[in-house]
Write a protein that binds this ligand. Structure first.
Ligand SMILES: [Zn+2]
Length: 166
C-alpha cells in the first residue's frame, strides 16, 4: 500500500510525540522537555528526553532519536504502515487507501505493458522505414540532394516510406 507523503507529513504534524512515548515510558516534565528512563537501553537515571516543541526524542545515553512514527517502529516493533495506521487512528485521521489496491496495481502494470508494446511497434516500424531508405537509391539521392548525409540520417533515425514495404 502506498501512503501519500503529504499524509505522513500531516500525521507527524498532528501527532504528539510526548503523548505517544508516554504510552510506553513514564515521563516527567523537566524544563522545556520531558525526561524519562530510556526504553532503548538500561539505565537508572533518566537521560531520555522528549521535546514537545521539536516533536523529537533523544537519548543522551545511547543516542537513539526520532519522531512519533520511528518510536512506534523502534520501541513497539511496528512496521512503518502499522505505525502510520496506529497514529492515524489515535488522531481520527483516515489513511488514504485509494492508491495501491491490488486492482490498481494490476491496471498500472497492464498500462505499462501496453505502452511497451506500442513502443516496440513504433520501433519496428522505424526499423522498416530505415531499412527502406537504405534499399532505395532514389530516397538516398533525395536526402543527399537536401544536404543530409547518411550519418545525419542515422543520428535522427530518418527513414523512407515507400509505397509498399518490402
Ligand atoms: Zn538510551
Amino acid at each position: 500500500m502506498a501512503i501519500p507523503q503529504t499524509f505522513i507529513q500531516e500525521l507527524i504534524a498532528r501527532a504528539d510525540v510526548v503523548e505517544i512515548v508516554g504510552r510506553y515510558v513514564p515521563l516527567k516534565k523537566g524544563g522545556a522537555n520531558f525526561m524519562g528512563l530510556c526504553p532503548f537501553h538500561g539505565e537508572k537515571s533518566p537521560s531520555f528526553s522528549v521535546s514537545p516543541t521539536k516533536q523529537f526524542y533523544h537519548c543522551f545515553g545511547c543516542g537513539k532519536n526520532g519522531n512519533a512514527i520511528s518510536f512506534l517502529m523502534d520501541h513497539a516493533g511496528m512496521t512503518f504502515i502499522e505505525a502510520v495506521k496506529d497514529l492515524a487512528q489515535q488522531y481520527g485521521m483516515q489513511v488514504p487507501e485509494e492508491e495501491g489496491t491490488p486492482q490498481d496495481r494490476a491496471r498500472a502494470q497492464e498500462q505499462r505493458e501496453k505502452q511497451h508494446t506500442l513502443t516496440s511497434v513504433l520501433e519496428q516500424a522505424g526499423d522498416a522505414y530505415r531499412k527502406a531508405l537504405k534499399d532505395s537509391p532514389r530516397a538516398i539521392a533525395y536526402f543527399k540532394g537536401r544536404g543530409l548525409s547518411g550519418e545525419v540520417a542515422k543520428q535522427f533515425g530518418l527513414g523512407y516510406a515507400p509505397r509498399r514495404l518490402a
